[in-house]
Ligand binder design. Sequence first.
Ligand SMILES: [Zn+2]
Length: 242
Amino acid sequence: MKIPVFAFACLMSLISVSVQAGTAAHWGYEGTGGPDHWGSLGYSTCAEGNVQSPIDITEETPTNQHTLSFRYSDTPINVINNGHTVQFNYQSGSTITVDGKSYDLLQFHFHTPSEDTVNGKPFPMQLHLVHKSADGELAVVGLFLQAGHDSNGNETLDKIFGALPGNAGLNLTSSAQINARDFLPSDQTAWHFMGSLTTPPCSEGVRWYVVKQPIEISANKLARFQAIFKHNARPTQPWNAR
Ligand SMILES: [Zn+2]
């Protein structure tokens, strides 16, 4: 679905803009700040960890044995370009429950191409929904995005991809409501494994749930993100003995 120009203009008029200073970081995705150097930049777990993310998913990757229960509420747009991705912060009160444990949705963000791969192949994008339990455990739900017809075609996708801040440090807020529930495909069966943050400091102990069924978004939306971040994906890491 396309947002008519006049509606888009109205949406934009609701958005206030601020710039946060001092968010520059040394690490990145290429050159001397690239993933091969994260360890020597002071993030030792990135180089020395044994349970790192992302991974290449294969026939041997375990499927989650328990239903993921999503309880996502609407949230106003609060998005920041942090120099590494575009991150939408989530208002408290949205959760997933798995294995009887509840995790609050903190934020979601995007990578291009996907960080996890399937049989060696990346998808054009991956969405990470980052959750945290009361005792501090992180659980990330990963969704693969491929170019198509906005299969979950809805206003949320239009609002999100219409509100991507182009410059690092740029923070946008809007009273426009979005709901991450609108991303979810009909079949939420997921691969499940332990891993890490895919960005420095690469902390481990993160529960990963990568949903098998990809979702589709328009090529136009993919291009909009890739005009800001051409490549922001860490290479896959060894499975080791997890
Ligand atoms: Zn991520």
